[in-house]
Design a protein around this ligand. Structure first.
Ligand code: GLA
Length: 718
């Protein structure tokens, strides 16, 4: 149970999480002073900490720094405040200073979590409520703020971070681990040592999360944490629009991380009485290394963030068989590109059904004006030439084959060459009279406009109502540019409202069609973050499914997100021009470390390939609960996935460029029970758990050379 307690004598709060504590107090000046985030504290210790915090040392540091450099929980910009603030506003009379003081607090129990709300006020003009939510059984603390205009004139919010996280005092270097990348190369890990005062900023100014960075980080002292050991602090901003995370080592040598909406070009005007809630900036502390941080994120995300998968009684039989797990899907994009026809899709569907696929997805190109990427976006109805009898005959055939039917849409976009654009040219983002920039021949709809958002919702809802659809792939192949909004006196709001509209639409679709699964995609992985995972069931983390590159993308993705939540396909080659013919087993094994999909052109696969594919898919169905719901231990080339009920362990390995004469060392399985025995369900070999932990498992094929892969299932014996 998480607990939140308040000690009146020291005016301090102590939040107890599963295996960590968080504490802060009211300082002499009336602001909120951070005290602790880390290993568990005993109750009664906070009062002592409070005295330390208010002692002469801090006062001296502050005097020397010529600033008000102190670990405040939430920093309204004003006075002698020079480190990264969390809130900056402009009042109607031009006043741009804030002086927030504590006005009250509430502790409550809500939906499996302990909740603390603290009210801060700047006189009678502005109120800020800080929210702290600690779900029972986890180490993740969710923090966010609500800002309310309590005055008599408009307030312009110019910077509003959700929270600032303070790390323990430490003189040595902190290692910041983060992600960077681009299209086809998402989720690369980068490390930077923050040893001296200064800032490191991660951000997106694109109105979308971006391929370039993920709103996630870890920090550890000296870079000493390993996969399984050492203290790690980690955070994620749950926001799919422009975001920013600033890791700052202050002049007084204290490390803190502020994050939330990006303040670049931000102006969010609050009318009198209006309030706005900022996105969650979640944080966690673990003593179990980088892998421990990942497992903590995965468990909590599955339990508290992801929408549940609901299968209706009337769903096609294969979807019912998949139950609460993500179905094995076939997607036609790589096979046909825009050349989608009823006949061609039927042929693929028949082959897909033959290898055990559960869901057949028609990708881009099914609507009119779409012979290529040059047009059609916005006209969400079947192309009468490609589907002369509508989509129904194909859907019926897919159902006859026992599979669910899925459809690709890109509803935030519009092509110039579309009926939608001809009817509503003003719906696309544009800046004054300037011609908006096209990317992939498309413009972006201003979803911040309620009428446009309503149209998008009605249109997609109409598709789901009209056709028997079990899966929606929601794509977005460009970012916001020309961020104008004709007729609005506060166009900068679009940076916030576009994403809010997207979330609202996705939620409304899920509410109206609870058994439809939604996959978020954005040119592969440009919208992968904790925010979107609250509104869709799975995401695409990349268009790149070449196994050796995908293994690295998996690795990066898995730092923050549960591995089974990303769709990943088995592709043919050339793959985006790359000729690397790797065996089917390797392509399957890597895709089986996520939510398995098949993307190759099945009409070109041999009977042997199809038979082998069927065997891999059957295997995936056996291990799926472990891949999608288990605990993961990363061992570089090998992943160990332990069933949630500890009944089995799945090991998936991928090797590349092993030299001739290579001998890969055994993999020590850190998640197995040392007192149990495990049986390889294929070879029948039985292993002692302590041996697997201490000596390790030699994987079949580990002594090969070049590329290779392995997949094992070890069942715990009674
Ligand atoms: C994006 C997606 C692909 C595919 C194409 C279709 O690139 O990531 O999977 O759907 O769009 O145009």
């Amino acid at each position: 149970m998480s607990t939140i307690s308040y000690d009146e004598s020291s005016r301090s709060w102590l939040i107890g999480l599963a295996s960590s504590s968080y504490a802060f107090c009211v300082s002499d000046e009336g602001s909120l002073r951070h005290l602790h985030w880390g290993a568990p504290l005993g109750s009664g210790t906070v009062a002592a900490l409070t005295r330390d915090c208010e002692g002469p040392a801090l006062q001296r540091t502050r005097d020397l720094a010529w600033s008000k450099d102190a670990p405040d929980e939430y920093v309204g910009w004003g006075g002698m405040r020079y480190d990264e603030p969390t809130l900056k506003v402009t009042y109607a009379d031009g006043d741009r200073g804030l002086d927030l003081s504590v006005a009250g607090h509430r502790i409550a129990e809500e939906d499996g979590a302990a909740l603390l709300e603290i009210d801060l006020v700047d006189g009678d003009r502005l109120a800020v409520t800080l929210h702290y939510r600690a779900a029972h059984g986890f180490d993740v603390l969710e923090r966010w703020a609500t800002i309310r205009n309590t005055g008599v004139e408009e307030v312009d919010v110019r910077l509003a971070a959700s929270a600032s996280w303070w790390l323990p005092a430490y003189d040595g270097p902190w290692r910041l681990r983060y992600e960077h990348g681009g299209w086809g190369m998402e989720h690369r890990l980068g490390d930077v040592m923050l040893a001296t005062p200064g800032k490191f900023t991660l951000e997106s100014r694109r109105g979308m999360t971006g391929h370039q960075h993920t709103p996630w980080f870890t920090l550890d002292r000296d870079g000493a944490a390993t996969e399984e050991t050492g203290e790690v602090w980690s955070g994620q901003v749950a926001w799919s629009g422009s975001w920013k995370i600033v890791a700052e080592r202050t002049a007084a040598d204290r490390m803190h991380v502020a994050g939330g909406w990006n303040d670049f070009d931000l102006s969010y005007r609050l009318a009198v009485g209006q309030e706005t809630a900022l996105p969650v900036f979640a944080g966690l502390h673990t003593a179990d290394g980088l892998g421990g941080a990942s497992r903590a994120w995965h468990d909590w995300t599955r339990a508290r963030v992801l929408p549940s998968i609901e299968v209706s009684e009337s769903a096609p039989p294969r979807l019912r068989d998949a139950g609460p797990w993500r179905p094995v899907l076939y997607n036609s994009w790589e096979a046909t590109a825009f050349d989608v026809t009823e006949e061609g899709q039927r042929a693929l569907a028949e082959r897909a059904a033959g290898i055990g696929v559960e869901l057949f997805v028609v990708d881009d190109g099914w609507f009119p004006g779409r012979p290529s990427a040059t047009g059609g976006l916005g006209d969400w109805r079947p192309d009468p030439q490609k589907f002369p009898n509508g989509l129904e005959p194909l859907i019926d055939r897919v159902h006859e084959l026992g599979m669910g039917f899925g459809l690709w849409v890109e509803p935030e976009m519009v092509s110039r060459d579309s009926d939608l654009f001809r009817a509503h040219p003003d719906w696309a983002y544009r800046m004054g009279g300037r011609e908006p920039v096209e990317r992939r021949h498309q413009l972006m709809l201003n979803l911040a406009r309620p009428d446009v958002a309503d149209w998008v919702l009605e249109t997609v809802d109409g598709l789901l109502a009209r056709y028997d659809i079990s899966f929606l792939k929601w794509d977005a192949n460009r970012n916001i540019a020309d961020a104008g909004w004709a007729g609005s006196d506060n166009p900068e709001r679009l940076w916030v409202e576009h994403t809010r509209s997207l979330y609202r639409i996705l939620d409304a679709l899920r509410a109206a069609h609870p058994s439809v699964l939604i996959e978020g995609c954005a040119g592969g992985g440009a919208r992968v973050d904790l925010g979107i995972l609250g509104h869709v069931h799975q995401v695409s983390s990349s268009d790149n499914t070449e196994p050796s590159m995908r293994w690295d993308i998996h690795d990066g993705y898995s730092q923050a997100f549960p591995p089974g939540t990303t769709g990943t396909w088995v592709s043919d080659w050339p793959h985006y021009g790359l000729e690397r013919p790797l065996p089917l087993a390797q392509r399957f094994h890597v895709a089986m470390a996520g939510a398995l999909g098949v993307g190759g052109d099945l009409t070109r696969w041999s009977e042997e390939d199809l038979a082998e594919a069927a065997a891999h898919i059957e295997r995936y169905k056996e291990i799926r609960p472990v891949v999608q719901g288990g605990r993961m231990h990363r061992h570089g080339e090998a992943w160990e996935l332990v069933a949630a009920d500890d009944s089995e362990v799945v090991v998936i390995a991928f090797w590349r460029d092993r030299p001739i004469g290579n001998h890969r060392p055994p993999v020590r399985l850190t998640g197995v029970d040392a007192t149990a025995r495990y049986r390889d369900d294929t070879s029948g070999t039985s292993y002692d758990g302590s041996l697997l932990r201490e000596v390790g498992l030699t994987l079949p094929g580990a002594d090969g050379f070049g590329f290779g892969s392995a997949l094992l299932r070890l069942i715990k014996e009674d």
